[in-house]
Design a protein around this ligand. Structure first.
Ligand code: OAD
Length: 245
């Protein structure tokens, strides 16, 4: 049975600029746990209790251990059919942009050309005192939070709750959505702001919006179409159905 409606396929045929807005669900089939939901919790901590500067200062080792746990999984994971299908859209449309809340590098590993990482990249780090960078270092495999030569704590270069997103990355993401004629939102609970504003920009502008998720989210009722299912199944099917139409 087709996953896409005839209307969706017709609109896709006229699309020139497609934006994918992705969250942790798109990497679930690569074996990376999502943040929320029963399987998303690490040692019963909510992400909001670990992903903040205050949490880090209070207990650097615990926060580092969480990132370490996630890095270990990410280092051993590969892009899945969803990531690869997004890359394959590039063969058939003039512009395909990925805006992701994920810090796992998997869209890059799949070969996507234009990616905006709203929340940073988990493999990059810097010293909170002197700002020296420690990208892709071996010490990331240690349990306790490492220190810089200057004695400062080293933190991951990701955006924490209460911190601002990188201005130029967020503006580029906003512009991409603003200029898009087709927006696909997949694998996000759409509750973390400002990332959750991006689909709303598209909705307000009347850009055709599709959500692909295993369950409905806060935004589902506002989207033009909601397709229930795993991104690794639905995104490749969508492309196949478009190509066969
Ligand atoms: P969440 O964990 O909040 O939501 C994951 C979403 O993916 C849920 O809506 C699931 O239903 C859906 N999902 C799970 N498996 C899926 C699959 N195979 N295919 C499609 N959908 C699937 O993750 P995010 O929305 O990405 O931020 O979380 C947003 C931010 O909260 C993260 O970037 C992180 C976190 O705290 C920071 O650390 C700043």
């Amino acid at each position: 049975m087709a996953v896409a409606s005839p209307k969706l396929i017709e609109i896709l045929k006229r699309a020139r600029k497609i934006v994918f807005l992705t969250g942790s669900g798109i990497s679930a089939e690569s074996g990376i746990p999502t943040f929320r939901g029963a399987e998303g919790l690490w040692k019963n901590f909510k992400p909001e209790e670990l992903a903040s500067f205050n949490a880090f200062i209070k207990n650097p080792d615990r926060v580092w251990e969480w990132y370490q746990f996630r890095r270990d999984i990410i280092l051993n994971s590969k892009p899945n059919a969803g990531h690869f299908a997004i890359k394959d859209f590039e063969k058939h449309f003039p512009s395909v942009i990925v805006v992701t809340q994920n810090v796992d590098n998997l869209h890059r590993a799949a070969g996507s050309s234009e990616i905006y990482e709203l929340h940073g990249n988990i493999m990059k780090n810097y010293c909170i005192r002197c700002k020296k960078r420690y990208d892709f270092e071996k010490f990331t495999l240690k349990e306790e939070c490492p220190k810089c030569d200057c004695g400062g704590l080293i933190r991951p270069d990701v955006v924490w709750f209460g911190e601002n997103l990188n201005d130029s990355v967020y503006s580029a993401a906003e512009n991409s959505v603003d200029e898009a004629d087709f927006v696909i939102v997949s694998g996000s609970s759409n509750i973390v702001y400002p990332a959750a504003l991006l689909p709303q920009i598209a909705i307000r502008k009347g850009i055709f919006t599709v959500e692909i998720n295993i369950e409905r989210t806060e935004l589902s009722h506002m989207m033009d179409e909601f397709i229930a299912g795993k991104s690794g199944d639905i995104i490749p099917s969508l492309l196949r159905e478009y190509l066969e139409s």
